[in-house]
Design a protein around this ligand. Sequence first.
Ligand SMILES: [Zn+2]
Length: 139
Amino acid sequence: MSDSTPRFTGGCLCGAVRYEATAAPIYAGYCFCTDCRKASGSGFVPFMGFAASALRFSGKTLMFSSKAARGGYAIRNSCPVCGSLVYGGEVGKHQEHTIYAGTLDDPKGFHPTVALFNRDRPDWVVLPEGLKVFEEMPP
Ligand SMILES: [Zn+2]
């Protein structure tokens, strides 16, 4: 690995669940969908997408599956010890994972470019400037 390889590390509040990404994110943004709001207890989920091959995970997670807007199921992984929501997708099964950017060790590594499900965004969440905004999922 050269010094210029992007590297992102993060994990849950207690440290039992950890991850490392060694690639630039494929996409990064905010999701305002109702499921993300409920799952996070916040106004949105800040996410970064990585290829599974660029990620290493450690620690057991609590996997929760819910019906996805696009059909199929969305899997969310949280720490069974401290409850932090850390990443999406099933390790060993999915080709891509979303990391919940609030779990980064250095949150400055998150550079959102898109906003998804803006139609569900509560009035009390201000949309940052400069994002490409989709009312639902991008086509
Ligand atoms: Zn934890």
